[in-house]
Design a protein around this ligand. Sequence first.
Ligand SMILES: NC(=O)c1ccc[n+]([C@@H]2O[C@H](COP(=O)([O-])OP(=O)(O)OC[C@H]3O[C@@H](n4cnc5c(N)ncnc54)[C@H](OP(=O)(O)O)[C@@H]3O)[C@@H](O)[C@H]2O)c1
Length: 307
Amino acid sequence: MRVLITGANGLLGSKLSEIYSRRGHVVYAGFTSVPPAIGKPVQMDVTDKVTVREGFENCSPDIVYHCAAVTNVDACEADPNLANEVNVEGTRYIVHEAKRVGCQVIYISTDYVFDGQQGCYREEDAPNPINVYGKTKLEAERVVLASGRPSVIARTSVIFGASPSSGKQNFALWVMDSLRRGERVQALTDMYACPTYNQNLAEMLIETAERGFAGICHLCGATRVSRYDFAVAIAETFGLDRSMVQPAVSADIGPKMKAKRPPDSSLDNSKSLRMLRTRPMGLDDALAAMKAEMDANPLIRPRETPE
Ligand SMILES: NC(=O)c1ccc[n+]([C@@H]2O[C@H](COP(=O)([O-])OP(=O)(O)OC[C@H]3O[C@@H](n4cnc5c(N)ncnc54)[C@H](OP(=O)(O)O)[C@@H]3O)[C@@H](O)[C@H]2O)c1
């Protein structure tokens, strides 16, 4: 199969590339400036219609995983035009070309389409994003749905994994790195989500595509947890000093952040449990698997750059 992955340098895209390559499929790895390590590199700025068109024409993919996005929530708030260009218009170009070549679209969306007042959101619950990032991702979902092609909208939550990607840390690596340097980590006790191991997410996505599912589906880790408890679980799994993880509340930290965050964006994953053989991993199992992945690849080291 010919698989095109946008954002192939990213936390999720790199894992999808790795798994598909290992399974013997032809991976076309979309990037903007640094060619990804795995797959056939395809330079494709999703805001540039021409490179998107050329990319699709050169790859003729059977399936596209659209992972590319501006994912930094505060950066989206600071530059809504950029967020709109990449997250919404970029998705429009991808969907247009996918329709033209007749390929399946898997769009990666987010728990941030919800306002976080309720938690444990089901696919049918009404979205109500409270920041620019969430608004642009929801708008892009609508673009995908309006295309009329059978597509998947996979909403996920706080992705973490063993390697830094696209030059940035993820929460788990940032906590590990900080604690290893002897620095305290402040983590919120009143912000909940379902952290999702990138390997587990990639496997669930691939099975979703293989089964020909169409529509919205929540694919996330099986444990609803606060950022504080997530950070403590990371410290415990990696043998780090958990007393250096300090509880904080949004009222203290929130005003310092540019974008508002939903307090409880946890997702109900019952639909994926009914639909897939691949199980969403509980947090302890996922962190143990991440540790095993790092132990097996000692060259993987968190970079010094903060999240
Ligand atoms: N990370 C999370 O916690 C989280 C949670 C929920 C949903 N999601 C969604 O899941 C998807 C994957 O997230 P991730 O964490 O893997 O992302 P990531 O690591 O931040 O990577 C984002 C990717 O987007 C690419 N990109 C940005 N602007 C682009 C442009 N103009 N043209 C082409 N590519 C561009 C970057 O490519 P280059 O590096 O080549 O520039 C990068 O590889 C995203 O759609 C995100 O919204 C993420």
